[in-house]
Design a binder for this molecule. Structure first.
Ligand code: SF4
Length: 371
């Protein structure tokens, strides 16, 4: 019998598995506590399970995680991880520190079919969707690295590689797994799902009690369709209606992400149109100056133009945040993620860097740095 990866199982799945082994279902809660709460995966150490049962589980459960093949730390403290999956494909996750948070930006797919013009991942066609175990595995590996610092991830954003709603069954199972009170007990309200606008799937975000972010990037249908092909299928009228529905059912506001591209989306007039378009929806707008990547057709606006755009939205009374660019030196900034790591610019070695007073978070003797 092929082993089942533990990290791919919600508590209800594990209960069914254990029931099929003829054991009491509360054993599933004990296992969740050992693995997610205490981070013990050696079955021999799970002393509240009988020896026979531990042996039985040993033949059934697999606790393997995606392998960290590269771990880089930016001068601003942002950390980027490259994970290798069993089939040789890779994805990235980025850990972003701020005053009161430690946010993990996580990937849901290898490549992406949405083909947003400004995004490095979008240049790679979808290779495959990640499994629950592979997504939970990114989180667990990062928290294991953090153990030495006594810090924990405080927020998760599905803004890494892939369109999360294109892999929604797995993504929402991940939320269930991490939320389980017997396990990691990660609040659903600290999880943000960012979509390019897969309108028919958006209701699931409200239903899962996670938070909604929309990658907007256009001030009308024409400008958005030119940057995001999905807008031709689900135009702004439908997208904004789905956002209204989310705010109505959850009483939460939406976060709109808006990338500033020089000469394309960064004019003061565009700020006015953006305000006009979103003003009837309880929302916050994050403006993100473009981060260049190899082969990109776009440029970052000047600081002066960024400031003018920001000031106009402020003047109009929009709740707006100018997102500080993080991790640019290690190619971990927004829109710069890809699994084609080997093709990227040279960057720094973690072993020479300092983060939170820790010069080396974890020793990966077999790690291959991307230098
Ligand atoms: S921005 Fe998101 S949805 Fe668009 S191509 Fe990139 S990863 Fe895919």
């Amino acid at each position: 019998m092929e082993k089942v990866n533990f990290y791919g199982l919600a508590l209800s799945d594990l209960k069914s598995l254990i029931k099929n082994l003829g054991k009491e279902q509360f054993r599933a809660q004990q296992l969740f506590k050992w693995v997610y709460d205490r981070r013990i995966i050696d079955l021999e150490q799970m002393t509240n399970l009988s020896k026979d049962f531990r042996q039985e589980l040993n033949g059934v459960l697999d606790f393997s995680l995606p392998r960290i093949s590269s771990h880089l730390i930016s001068v601003d403290g942002t950390q980027k991880f490259l994970f290798d999956m069993k089939d040789g494909l890779s994805v990235e996750a980025v850990l972003i520190p701020s005053d009161d948070r430690l946010t993990l930006c996580i990937s849901s797919e290898v490549g992406c079919n949405m083909a947003c013009k400004f995004c490095f991942t979008g240049k790679q066609k979808l290779k495959r969707r990640l499994t629950t175990a592979e997504i939970v595995g990114q989180f667990i590996q990062v928290e294991d690295v953090l153990k030495a610092t006594e810090k924990k991830v405080s927020n998760i954003v599905f803004m890494g590689m892939g369109e999360p709603l294109d892999n929604s069954d797995e993504v929402f199972r991940v939320v269930d797994v991490l939320h389980e009170p017997f396990g990691r007990n990660f609040s659903r309200r600290k999880v943000t799902i960012s979509t390019s606008g897969l309108v028919p799937e958006m209701w699931k975000i409200g239903a899962s009690r996670t938070r909604l972010a929309v990658s907007l990037n256009g001030y009308d249908d024409e400008s958005r369709s030119a940057l995001m092909p999905i807008n031709k299928k689900y135009p702004l009228k439908d997208l904004l209606q789905a956002c209204r529905e989310y705010t109505r059912t959850t009483k939460d506001r939406v976060t709109f992400e808006y990338v500033l591209l020089k000469g394309i989306t960064d004019q003061v007039e565009h700020a006015r149109m953006l305000h006009q378009m979103t003003k009837s929806i309880p929302c916050k707008i994050n403006i993100i100056p473009f981060n260049e990547h190899p082969g990109s057709d776009f440029e970052r606006p000047s600081d002066d133009q960024i400031a003018k755009f920001h000031a106009e939205l402020m003047r109009l009374g929009t709740h707006v945040l100018l997102r500080r660019t993080m991790g640019r030196d290690i190619f971990a900034a927004c829109g710069q993620l890809t699994s084609e790591f080997a093709n990227k610019p040279k960057t720094m070695d973690i072993s020479n860097s300092q983060i939170g007073g820790v010069s080396r978070v974890r020793d990966f003797s077999s790690r291959q740095f991307s230098l």
